[in-house]
Design a protein around this ligand. Structure first.
Ligand SMILES: *Cc1c(COP(=O)(O)O)cnc(C)c1O
Length: 499
């Protein structure tokens, strides 16, 4: 299986090479040249498998330059019951008769990024050996909050790698900030950037595109790679949990094999929901993919109108991990729905870069709308959703998942479609506890309390245990104190590497 660039201007590479490089040389994203198919019987068989076996089943098709032994090794190191505090790894929780929640936040950082970032470093280390890499890999990450910590956890002390994470100084929660600035490990560094996520992400993209910086790194035995959700090694493990959720629904006799279901995905960079689209193309019976945004509703507008326009105010919301105006992984969707029309994709991406917007043709728009439905939830509706779901069921949603539940309600009202649905839950409520406690217990309950004090308030209210990695967080020493302007990010990288 080879991987080609969505922009079509560089030669095809193996999966190990694609994972090592992150981004293609022409600025495009790597996509597999074929889609692996699963038929009904194969999907039925998955219902009797463990999460690890399901993962292996999906991965071996796409990462076929890895041996089965190597992949088994990666899977077994990443998805342990110890790290995820549950044997199921990605358990399904039945919320209402026809609605279940897929909990993707049982990993070490309490958010769904762990599903991919616990395994990516293992893919990468093996990729370095396979491709005869001599240079040390420098992972640069721009994060809206959750990726940064998940990448730091995934890469800490991984041989042959260094990791530098840039997070926006405005727009991460106290918990997220503390998770990053207290990170331990000999090869890790986190730096605050003045500005928002797009400032940090654009800064990282600029560094990646800077030939002088690349040359300097090379002279010093280093080479950049990316752990952002543009890396194929991030995307492919995310396909697994869509199959896993479906297999669990068969096992729980919620559905017949072959019955179509809906997935509702709280979306930012379009990585998670793109994995759902891949799963669907691979044969998973899906009716609709519901794309849920917060007030930064660029994707809602795009899916409904065919016009992607980032020229709008950036809003800070209660679901900060979705505060994004440029959804990078959309490029892969455009490539797929245009049957690999690199020329069109390059044109749109060029227009986005230069003018901040592009408009797709009618046919492309129709094709996207045949699969996707899009809506958004503002902060006030998000909080109301947390409150009402808690009142009705006792189940506590985090803000990102609440965006999805609210958009799902809007979907049902607008379409009357009551196909069984899975809400993809991307964070533990403990991670965004201030908003969550406010929603279920009122303003008074949060007044004068830090997010760390609120952990125990939420624990009492929900009857859930505080996830162990969050428990002692406020007492950990701060190890990373740097802050810089977006224009100084390259300098910071050089200084961190001592070059
Ligand atoms: C990253 C993240 C998202 C958005 O996922 P994308 O793959 O970027 O669309 C949603 N919720 C949480 C909690 C996240 O960390």
């Amino acid at each position: 299986m080879l991987y080609r660039s969505t922009r079509g201007n560089c030669s095809n590479v193996s999966s190990a090479e694609a994972i090592k490089r992150g981004l293609a040389a022409d600025g495009g994203l790597f996509v597999p040249e074929k889609i692996i198919h699963f038929d009904k019987d194969q999907i039925l068989k998955m219902s009797e498998m463990t999460y690890q076996e399901r993962a292996l089943n999906i991965l071996e098709g796409y990462l076929d330059d890895y041996t089965l032994g190597e992949l088994t090794d990666c899977v077994n190191q990443a998805y342990t019951a110890q790290k995820f505090e549950t044997e199921a790894i990605a358990p399904l929780h039945k919320l209402y008769d026809s609605v279940s929640v897929l909990e993707l936040w049982h990993g070490p950082t309490s958010a769904f990024k762990d599903m991919a970032l616990q395994i990516l470093p293992h893919f990468l280390v093996k990729a370095l050996k396979k491709t005869g890499e001599k240079e040390e890999i420098v992972i640069l990450v721009a994060t809206s909050g959750d990726t940064g910590k998940a990448a730091l956890e995934g890469f800490k002390d991984v041989e042959g790698t260094k990791i530098i994470v840039f997070f926006p100084s405005e727009g991460v929660s106290q918990v997220q900030r503390m998770q990053m600035v207290t990170q331990e490990g000999s090869n890790v560094c986190s730096i605050a950037v003045e500005g928002n996520f797009d400032d940090a992400q654009n800064g990282v993209k600029r560094i990646f595109g800077d030939e002088a910086v690349a040359a300097l790194l090379h002279e010093n035995g280093y080479k950049f790679s990316s752990a952002n959700s543009i890396n194929w090694g991030r995307l492919v493990p995310q396909i697994v949990y869509y199959f896993s959720a479906y297999a669990d629904m068969i096992r729980n006799k919620e559905i017949e094999t072959g019955e179509k279901i809906n997935f509702v995905v709280p979306t930012g960079n379009f990585g998670n929901i793109l994995a759902a689209y891949y799963a669907m193309q691979m044969g998973l019976p899906v009716n609709k993919l519901i794309c849920a945004s917060n007030d930064n509703n660029v994707l809602t507008d795009f899916i409904n109108s065919g016009v992607y326009d980032r020229n709008r105010e950036f809003k800070k919301t209660l679901s900060p991990s979705m505060d994004i105006l440029i959804s990078s992984n959309l490029e892969r969707l455009l490539y797929l729905v245009t049957d690999g029309n690199s020329e069109a994709v390059s044109g749109w991406m060029g227009k986005l870069k230069n003018e901040g917007f592009y408009s797709v043709d009618q046919e492309t728009k129709k094709k996207i709308q045949s699969v996707f439905w899009a809506g958004f939830s503002n902060d006030s509706d998000t909080l109301k959703t947390i409150e009402s779901v808690y009142a009705e069921t006792g189940y506590v949603l985090d803000t990102h998942t609440a965006v999805a539940v609210d958009v799902y309600d809007k979907y049902v009202i607008s379409t009357s479609d009551v196909t069984k649905a899975v809400i993809v839950s991307t964070a533990s409520p403990f991670k965004f506890n201030e908003s969550v406690v406010k929603a279920i217990a009122g303003e008074e309950a949060v007044a004068g309390k830090t997010e760390f004090e609120l952990l125990s308030v939420l624990s009492e209210k929900s009857g859930l245990a505080i996830p162990s990695p969050l428990k002692e967080l406020d007492r950990k020493p701060v190890l990373h104190k740097e802050i810089c302007r977006p224009m100084d990010m390259a300098e910071k990288v050089k200084r961190t590497l001592g070059i």
